[in-house]
Write a protein that binds this ligand. Structure first.
Ligand SMILES: [Zn+2]
Length: 168
């Protein structure tokens, strides 16, 4: 569906992750893997430690986790029922869902401590845990969904819960 892929300039977008057991560590696809039809173990970085306020993370493996991975870290930290996360790009869904479902401020860029803080705030102040989908208001096309497994995260991406009102 090209919701994760490579743009016309050859730059990969989107990423996937799964929680490492019941810890707050996780495995996330490395940068430059968006164009691959099939992922291999070496395409994943194991994020073993991170600090959201310092925008810092440590990872192991053959590939490097991007700073965008800290958004995943914020979700795993805030929602213990999240075991898989998809960060996808979909301009159409982004435009129609923006500010109708939990949405981070348009002033907040991805891969920043502010983005991680905004995600934590959405869990505290909106029904994000139920929606399992958030819109990155300041990251064009950017959506993040999660679930107990990849199938549930994907389901939240393609059939988002009908929004009832702003940030409801
Ligand atoms: Zn993105």
């Amino acid at each position: 569906m090209r919701l994760v892929g490579v743009d016309e300039r050859g730059i990969g977008f989107g990423n996937l992750s799964i929680r490492d057991g019941t810890t707050d560590k996780f495995f996330v696809t490395g940068s430059g893997t968006g164009g691959k039809e099939c992922l291999e173990l070496t395409d994943f970085a194991h994020v073993v430690s991170y600090d959201l306020t310092r925008n810092w993370l440590r990872c192991e493996g053959a590939t490097i986790a991007s700073s965008e991975s800290l958004t995943h870290a914020a979700v795993y930290q805030a929602e213990k029922q999240a075991f898989a996360i998809i960060h996808a790009h979909d301009l159409q869904r982004w435009a129609s869902l923006r500010d109708r479902v939990p949405t981070t401020p348009s002033t907040v860029a991805y891969g920043t401590p502010e983005m991680a803080e905004s995600v934590l705030r959405l869990f505290r102040t909106t029904a994000l845990a139920t929606h399992r989908l958030l819109v990155m208001g300041g990251h064009e096309g950017g959506l993040v969904t999660f679930g107990k497994d990849c199938a549930e995260a994907f389901d939240a991406l393609i059939t988002p819960t009908a929004p009832k009102g702003p940030n409801e």
